[in-house]
Design a binder for this molecule. Structure first.
Ligand SMILES: Nc1ncnc2c1ncn2[C@@H]1O[C@H](COP(=O)(O)OP(=O)(O)O)[C@@H](O)[C@H]1O
Ligand SMILES: [Mg+2]
Length: 250
């Protein structure tokens, strides 16, 4: 792992990703430094999820390279498991194990994958349930929780692995509107503690208040990468303007 505080947590250089003949990521360059919160927006099918999946080494790439904490992310290398353990991923669908309690969902991987003592992990998990404001729900099963509560368990589960990077792919898109705010509040807390975060979301309020950078992607390219306040107030590119207009006024 890199120890130089000036070097980026994540560096992407000339990334190209194709599915067969279909070019999905078309030469993306990106540096993310420690503590940055980077919000990605853009039309559906523009490569945002694919980009996160490449960072996690879940996809073969056809060009360029990805460095996480100075180490190349190579989907087929044996080192990829160590990289993935350092990256917490939160999806639109929470994917909790339905037959396990919330607490068991959170303690499973640290015990089984990292081999940590279950007592220690449980203690840490209790702190994480406080952090996601669910201390009273630790023994509930997923089916007894609202979508927003399940997503907060999924966040606690990611945090239990002590990740160095958190990636959120439309974490509130599948939620009932009344539970969205609780999830965004937890994400805001994480941002304020200095976590490094990549967040795909159309929650413009979150981007404006919490994001350090806002990236507009279109056609597999980064079209615009600026402070959220500036991009929202004054998008430079006509496609950015059109897209932001469509999500702000729907
Ligand atoms: N496993 C896959 N096989 C083939 N095409 C895919 C696969 N995953 C995504 N795609 C295509 O890649 C493009 C980008 O998808 P995606 O990254 O999911 O976009 P976004 O997250 O921005 O909506 C889309 O055209 C999608 O159909
Ligand atoms: Mg997506």
């Amino acid at each position: 792992m890199s120890t130089d505080p000036a070097s980026p947590v994540l560096r992407i250089e000339g990334l190209v990703k194709r599915y067969g003949p279909h070019l999905v990521i078309d030469g993306v360059d990106l540096d993310v430094t420690a503590g940055q919160v980077v919000v990605f927006v853009g039309p559906s099918g523009t490569g945002k999820s694919t980009l996160l999946r490449c960072v996690n080494g879940l996809e073969d790439i056809q060009g360029g390279r990805i460095l996480f904490e100075g180490q190349p992310v190579l989907s087929r290398s044996s080192a990829i498991h160590a990289v993935r353990r350092r990256i917490g991923m939160i999806f639109q669908s929470f994917n909790l194990y339905p037959h396990l309690t919330a607490l068991q969902n959170v303690t499973l991987a640290p015990v089984k994958v990292l081999g940590e003592p279950s007592k220690e992990v449980e203690e840490r998990a209790r702190g994480l349930f406080r952090k996601v404001r669910l201390e009273h729900r630790a023994h509930a099963f997923p089916s007894q929780l609202s979508g927003g509560e399940q997503q907060r368990v999924a966040i606690a589960r990611a945090l239990a692995m002590n990740p160095h990077l958190l990636m959120f792919d439309e974490p509130t898109s599948a939620l009932d509107p009344e539970t969205v705010g609780d999830v965004l509040a937890v994400m805001e807390d994480l941002a304020r503690e200095g976590r490094t975060m990549l967040v795909v979301t159309h929650e413009i309020g979150f981007a404006r208040h919490v994001g350090d950078r806002m990236i507009f992607m279109d056609g597999g390219k980064i079209v615009e990468d600026r402070p959220p306040e500036e991009m929202i107030a004054n998008p430079e590119n006509p496609r950015t303007r059109q897209f932001l207009g469509s999500i702000l006024h729907h």
